[in-house]
Design a protein around this ligand. Structure first.
Ligand code: NAP
Length: 435
C-alpha cells in the first residue's frame, strides 16, 4: 500500500520534498496542499520581480506537481478548510513546509503608525500576493527609509527606485508599478544598526545597485574600515572583502553622473522612534558603535523626514494549531526535520528564515529519509478521505490544471515585455476559473 504524504505549502521547501520523495523510488502518494490558488510560495511572491532567472526553478518543480503519484490542492488553507489533526488522521506523514509568513516586528515607539510596513507586507504588495493587494502604501514622499542590511532590504530599496523601463521584463504587480512610478520618491535610505562588515546582504545583490540607470548608490567612506579585522579568514574574509570593495567603489564615485535618484546605504544607525501624528512623518535614529559584536548607542541622534518606512528586519514563522512552537526561535522544534513520528518540517519553519531557494533541498532529503525509515508501509487513506471531506465543506480546490489556466491567462495579459501580469486577488483567479 502506498505511503500517503501530505505536504503543506507549495514553496521551494514543499516542492523539493515532493521531488525527494518521488525520486526515492518508494511507493508514495503525495498531496501538496496550498493556501493560495497559485503554487511556488516565495518563488512567486518573495523573490524580487526583477530576478526572473531565480524563478526558473518553478519549471523543475512542475515535474513533481504533474507526476502520476502527486496531486496539487490549491486554495486549501490549513486551519480553515482542514486542520493539522485531521490531516494527521488521514495521512501516514504530514510535512509542514509553510515558511515564515510574518515579520520580526519593530518594537520602537511609533512602529504602528500608518506608513510603516513590515517586509512581508511590502514585498507581498509589489509581488501581487493576495493578502496584501489592498496595502495601498502612501508613496507621496520624496524620501523612504528601509530598515535592515539584508538582501530583502536591498530588494525593496531597488524596486522603489527602478524605472518603468528598468522593470519592463519583470512581473512587478501592476498596481505597485503604477504607484511607484507616480511617486516623487528621490532618496531611499537603507539603514542598519551595525557596520559594513556585519551587513547580511550578499555581494551580487550589492553590486547590482551599480546597474540602476537613474539611481546612484551612496556610501560615506568614513563609515568603511581600512582593512578587515584580525582573525577573520577563509571564506568569511573573502565575502567581507568583496562587499568592502564594492562599498568603497560606491563611496569614491566622484559624482552620480546623470543619475538623479540616490540610494543611501547608511551604517551604524539604529532606529529608535518613528515620529508622526497618525501617519509617519520622520524616523529618529541613534548613531551606534559595535563593540565585541554588540550594538551600543552613542547618544547622538538624527532624523530623516519620510512618509514611508519599511522594516526589512527578517521574517518569522507563525505557530500552527496542533504543532509545538518554539516562540523564541520562531520555529517548530524538530530533530533534523522530524517533529515526531508522522510529522515533519522543512524550510524556514524548520530552521528559521535564512538562505537561498536551494537551501531547502537538504531539508527535503532529511525529511524524506525520516519518513521512509519511520513509517515503512503506509495504511492511511490520504486523498481518498481528503477529497470527500473538502467537498463536504464546500471548499473550492484549485487543481494543477486550474493553475495552468491561471498561468496561461496571466501570460496572455502580459504587456511590454513582461513575462506575466499576475492576478492579485483570489476572487479574480476563481472568477477566471468559473466560480
Ligand atoms: P536578514 O538577512 O536576516 O537581514 C535582516 C536585517 O535586519 C539585518 O541587517 C538585521 O541587523 C536587521 N535587523 C533585525 N532586527 C532589527 C531591529 N530590531 N532593528 C534594526 N535592524 C534590525 O533577513 P532578510 O533580509 O529578511 O533575508 C532573509 C533571508 O532571505 C536571508 O537569508 C537572505 O539572504 C535571503 N534572501 C536572499 C535573496 C537573494 O539571494 N537575492 C533575496 C532576498 C532574501 P542585525 O544584523 O543587526 O541583526
Amino acid at each position: 500500500m502506498a505511503l500517503t504524504v501530505a505536504i503543506v505549502g507549495s514553496g521551494p521547501a514543499g516542492f523539493y520534498t515532493a521531488d525527494a520523495l518521488l525520486s526515492s523510488g518508494a511507493d508514495v502518494e503525495i498531496d501538496i496542499i496550498e493556501r493560495l490558488p497559485t503554487p511556488f510560495g516565495l518563488i512567486r511572491a518573495g523573490v524580487a520581480p526583477d530576478h526572473q532567472t531565480t524563478k526558473n526553478v518553478a519549471r523543475k518543480f512542475e515535474k513533481s506537481a504533474i507526476a502520476d503519484k502527486s496531486r496539487y490542492y490549491g486554495n486549501i488553507a490549513l486551519g480553515r478548510d482542514v486542520t493539522l489533526d485531521e490531516l494527521r488522521g488521514m495521512y501516514d506523514a504530514v510535512v509542514l513546509a509553510v515558511g515564515a509568513a510574518s515579520d520580526v516586528k519593530l518594537t520602537i515607539p511609533g512602529a504602528d503608525l500608518d506608513g510603516v510596513y513590515g517586509s512581508s507586507a511590502f514585498v507581498g504588495w509589489y509581488n501581487a500576493h493576495p493578502d496584501f493587494r489592498w496595502l495601498d502604501p502612501d508613496l507621496d514622499t520624496d524620501q523612504a527609509v528601509v530598515i535592515g542590511l539584508g538582501n530583502v532590504a536591498i530588494d525593496i530599496a531597488r524596486i522603489l527606485v527602478r524605472t518603468r523601463t528598468g522593470m519592463a521584463s519583470s512581473d512587478l504587480a501592476y498596481h505597485a508599478g503604477e504607484a511607484i512610478w507616480q511617486s516623487p520618491l528621490h532618496d531611499v535610505h537603507m539603514v542598519g544598526r551595525r557596520g559594513p562588515l556585519d551587513a547580511k546582504f550578499t555581494n551580487v545583490e550589492l553590486r547590482e545597485l551599480a546597474d540602476l540607470t537613474t539611481c546612484a548608490p551612496v556610501v560615506d567612506s568614513a563609515q568603511l574600515p581600512d582593512a578587515l579585522p584580525d582573525g577573520v579568514d577563509g571564506r568569511e574574509a573573502r565575502l567581507m572583502q568583496r562587499n568592502l570593495d564594492t562599498l568603497r567603489e560606491y563611496a569614491t564615485a566622484e559624482d552620480c553622473g546623470t543619475k538623479d535618484k540616490r540610494l543611501h546605504i547608511r551604517f551604524y544607525a539604529n532606529p529608535v522612534e518613528i515620529l508622526g501624528d497618525g501617519h509617519v512623518e520622520a524616523i529618529r535614529l541613534e548613531k551606534t558603535e559595535v563593540i565585541d559584536g554588540r550594538v551600543k548607542g552613542t547618544g547622538d541622534f538624527f532624523e530623516i523626514p519620510t512618509r514611508l518606512v519599511v522594516a526589512a528586519t527578517g521574517y518569522r514563522s507563525i505557530p500552527i494549531e496542533g504543532a509545538p512552537f518554539d516562540d523564541q526561535r520562531g520555529i517548530i522544534p524538530n530533530d533534523d526535520g522530524k517533529v515526531e513520528d508522522g510529522l515533519y518540517v522543512v524550510g524556514w519553519i524548520k530552521r528559521g528564515p535564512s538562505g537561498v531557494i536551494s537551501s531547502s533541498r537538504p531539508d527535503a532529503k532529511s525529511a524524506t529519509a525520516h519518513i521512509l525509515s519511520d513509517l515503512g508501509e503506509g495504511g492511511k487513506p490520504g486523498r481518498q478521505k481528503l477529497g470527500p471531506l473538502l467537498k463536504e465543506r464546500g471548499a473550492r480546490v484549485v487543481t494543477y490544471a486550474d493553475w495552468k489556466r491561471i498561468e496561461a491567462a496571466e501570460d496572455a495579459a502580459a504587456e511590454n515585455g513582461a513575462p506575466r501580469r499576475k492576478y492579485a486577488t483570489v476572487e479574480e483567479m476563481l472568477e477566471m476559473l468559473g466560480g
